[in-house]
Design a binder for this molecule. Structure first.
Ligand code: FE
Length: 301
């Protein structure tokens, strides 16, 4: 048995306007909004899991923590000892900390960026409570086997450090894009890491103020990308990147701004990791950036 991260299980987002997020989550993203413990928290569901996103009222408007899953109790113990042996400070969560997160066990670490990671096993899965989308959908979200999506983060550390740390967690990958940007001397490099059938689970871009650049959900049906695109446009939300196909994960997707000022990506048709590194200078087609809406997302503002 190898202790490896198996998926992006959940994220905790700090949002300044929880009412706006509630509307955005159900009407635009089509996820199910469930009450939290109090007025300052909400849970967002996308499948049978208790939640995939926890919203916490917080002025950060940013990622607060990411939940990375390991398979079970043995992998959890092995991961803790491997990290400790490598000199990474680990704190095993108490029973009540795990219970508060609807998990069997959780440990707390920070990555070289200083971002909080909760490594866990045993999420609460509620087969008695089928996913009930916040609005009409043609299909559901593609979460089985690949986690609930992927996330691009703005890095504070260099690629070497990040690669070494996430390799310890059992993730693989590296730089997959070198994109020439007019006016910049060096191409922008983007790093992508995978741990399951999803081509990438975590990605690291350039530097920016927020920790998170975007959060991606994958639809089971192409129609839901089109429907969401229409709904986003009708709602007047800023589109940041027009529909197109990524060279690396082959998702047909588009990007728009959420109430916290970072991006959501909605896609369909992703492929699995190829298992060998390669890099790209541009996407397959489309993905035209809308520059007036784009400031601060990819390159230092
Ligand atoms: Fe993405």
């Amino acid at each position: 048995m190898a202790a490896e991260v198996t998926e992006l299980g959940y994220v905790t987002l700090g949002v300044s306007d929880i009412k706006a997020w509630e509307r955005f989550a159900s009407r635009i993203l089509a996820v199910e909004v469930r009450p939290g413990e109090d007025e300052k928290t909400r849970y967002l569901r996308m499948d049978y899991w208790h939640h995939r996103i926890k919203l916490v009222e917080d002025p950060a408007d940013d990622l607060l923590a990411m939940g990375l899953r390991v398979a079970g109790v043995l992998e959890f113990r092995e991961m803790a000892s491997r990290l400790e042996a490598a000199g990474v400070p680990v704190r095993i969560g108490s029973k009540s900390e795990a219970a508060a997160r609807h998990l069997l066990e959780v440990m707390f670490v920070t990555d070289p960026n200083g971002f909080d990671i909760e490594i866990f096993h045993g999420p609460l899965v509620q087969y008695d409570r089928p996913f009930y989308p916040g609005r009409g959908m043609h299909g559901g979200f593609r979460t089985a086997g690949g986690g609930f999506g992927h996330m691009m983060l703005n890095r504070r550390a260099d690629f070497e450090e990040l690669h070494a740390f996430y390799t310890l967690l059992g993730m693989r990958g590296g730089v997959e894009y070198k994109i020439a940007i007019p006016g910049l001397e060096e191409p922008v490099e983007l790093m992508f890491l995978h741990c399951n059938t999803r081509q990438h689970t975590l990605a690291f871009g350039g530097e920016a103020e927020k920790r998170i650049n975007h959060l991606m959900f994958e639809m089971q049906r192409l129609e839901d990308v089109g429907l969401t695109y229409d709904i986003v446009r009708e709602a007047g939300l800023p589109i940041i990147i027009e529909p197109g196909s990524h060279a690396n994960d082959h998702n047909y997707s588009f990007y728009f701004k959420n109430p916290s000022g970072f991006m959501n990506e909605i896609g369909w048709g992703g492929r699995e990791p190829t298992g060998q590194s390669e890099y790209y200078q541009r996407d397959s087609y489309g993905h035209m950036p809308i520059f007036e809406n784009m400031k601060g997302f990819m390159v230092p503002a």
